[in-house]
Design a protein around this ligand. Structure first.
Ligand code: NOJ
Length: 486
């Protein structure tokens, strides 16, 4: 089937709504995202050193559904010009990608900057700009240099200094052209999910303490990076720096779980509250909960390390926008003995909650159940908690296990979620200014390897050239962007 025929087929199969034709506000931006480990490949090219994901996938293929790794992935290290062309054909306003820390700084430290690494990112940035696409950079999308992991990684408080130095290099090299930055992508995955069961790199299970050492260090590292930008770069470059949080929308399973749902939501704001709340610090309900539990467990101090008064001030206010990744929703109820604590994990073991999809929601692949009103509800909740902060949806997307081009379910997912974003903006007045589709291209989906496809562009992983073919969802998205409406 030709691509244009596929689009007609897909659009006629979509459930349309009253929002069809309604415009996004002028200035609202559309983008698509990827991340270094998931697309670049070239894991040992030139002077790049291994990241924790190189080590983890090489040493523990049994943790990955198809036993694969990101050694080659989409080979975007070599095929970046094709990625830019795809982004241009879509009409994207911006492209969100991440820097590989060990590609740019092979020692992890700032004493040696890789020439190849910086050339690669300079080419990508310049190529995007030459094609009218804004680059948006994530500094840390999970691929910590292995040698820093060997020194404790995210559980060593010195990570703040190391991350600060790395950020300064990135801001110095690219800050003249890159105006939107995020420090960490999904602290929830970096700390909670990784340290909860050791199923993500670095493969260390430390559910009681590792999670929270990571959490506190990450907050300080984020703030260090933000403050470096503020003090050394903002005046000349005038960009924005934020952090990207993943939120699942939680509602009570039944009215008796209202309070438990509030606590679950508050835990979801663990990495937001210290930055965006007026008081700063951890969400009080969560801080009290973990402190009292730790005491009962016989710990001498809370497992969630306290911020000092000085640290509270240091972290407070350190974001110019709120980065929000949304995929799915869950109902909340108390866990019982048979509960399996699985992703989307949000401290469910800590809180002893079971997070379950409503059977009426559309089941997607694995954990990804589609509930479009969840994105609007969570946007409103962010505003309720932190006022009318600018929100950029930094990821939203849908996976399939097959690689068909006429991806009706993915297209429907985008349409329904975009509609809810539009309503949040135009009806509810939420200050949401951008939307990012995950992902521009099929890529390495962490524990699912290449079995889970998120791309609006298909990548043929059996082809040494990693050929890329836009799906119907790409054409649909291009149409939305072109008309600035659904
Ligand atoms: C969020 C992560 O940032 C991204 O790396 C991942 O591929 C998507 N979720 C889909 O699971």
């Amino acid at each position: 089937m030709r691509a244009s025929n596929i689009l007609v087929f897909v659009i006629s199969a979509l459930t349309l709504s009253s929002c069809s034709g309604r415009k996004f506000p002028p200035g609202f931006k559309f983008g698509a995202a990827t991340a270094a480990y998931q697309v670049e490949g070239a894991w040992n090219v030139s002077d790049k050193s291994p990241s924790i994901w190189d080590t983890f996938t090489h040493d523990h293929p049994e943790q990955i559904l198809d036993g694969s790794n990101g050694d080659v992935a989409c080979d975007s290290y070599h095929l970046w010009e094709q990625d830019i062309q795809l982004a241009k054909d879509l009409g994207l306003h911006f492209y969100r990608f991440s820097l590989s820390w060990p590609r740019l700084l092979p020692n992890g430290f700032a004493n040696h900057i890789s020439e190849d690494g910086s050339r690669y990112y300079n080419n990508l940035i310049d190529g995007l700009i030459a094609n009218g696409i804004e680059p948006m950079i994530t500094l840390f999308h999970w691929d910590l240099p292995q040698n820093l992991q060997d020194l404790g990684g995210m559980t060593n408080p010195l990570i703040a200094e190391w991350f600060g130095a790395y950020s300064r290099v990135a801001y110095t090299l690219f800050g003249d052209r890159v105006k939107t930055w995020s420090t960490f992508n999904e602290p929830l995955a970096i700390c909670d999910v990784a340290y909860e069961g050791g199923k993500l790199a670095p493969g260390i299970a430390s559910p009681e303490t590792g999670i929270y050492l990571c959490a506190k260090n990450l907050m300080i590292a984020h703030a260090t990076s933000y403050r470096i930008y503020n003090e050394e770069f903002r005046a000349k470059y005038n960009g924005k720096v934020g952090i990207v949080n993943h939120h699942v929308w939680f509602t009570p399973y039944s009215s008796e779980y209202e309070e438990l749902t509030h606590l679950t939501r508050d835990l979801g704001f663990l990495y937001s509250h210290p930055i965006y709340s007026e008081t700063g610090g951890w969400p009080p309900s969560v801080e009290a909960f973990v402190a009292s539990k730790s005491e009962k467990e016989g710990y001498s101090t809370s497992r969630l390390p306290k911020f000092t008064a000085e640290e509270i001030e240091f972290v407070k206010g350190t974001a110019d926008y709120y980065g929000f990744n949304y995929y799915t929703s869950r109902l909340v109820r108390e866990a019982n003995n048979s509960t399996v604590f699985a992703w989307p994990s949000n401290g469910n073991a800590e809180l002893n909650v079971e997070l379950i999809p409503d059977p009426n929601w559309d089941a997607g692949l694995d954990w990804l159940v589609s509930y479009p009103p969840g994105i609007r509800a969570q946007l409103n909740l962010i505003r309720e908690y932190y006022g009318n902060v600018e929100i950029i949806i930094t990821e939203n997307g849908f996976s399939t296990s097959t690689d068909e081009l006429d991806d009706v379910t993915r297209t429907q997912y985008f349409r329904d979620h975009l509609e809810q974003v539009l309503l949040a903006n135009t009806e509810d007045g939420v200050n949401v200014t951008g939307y990012t589709a995950w992902s521009l291209i099929d890529n390495y989906e962490w524990n699912s390897g290449y079995t889970s496809r998120f791309g609006i562009v298909r990548v043929d992983f059996t082809d040494p050239l990693r050929s890329r073919t836009p799906r119907a969802s790409a054409e649909y998205y291009a149409d939305v962007i072109r008309h600035h409406s659904l």
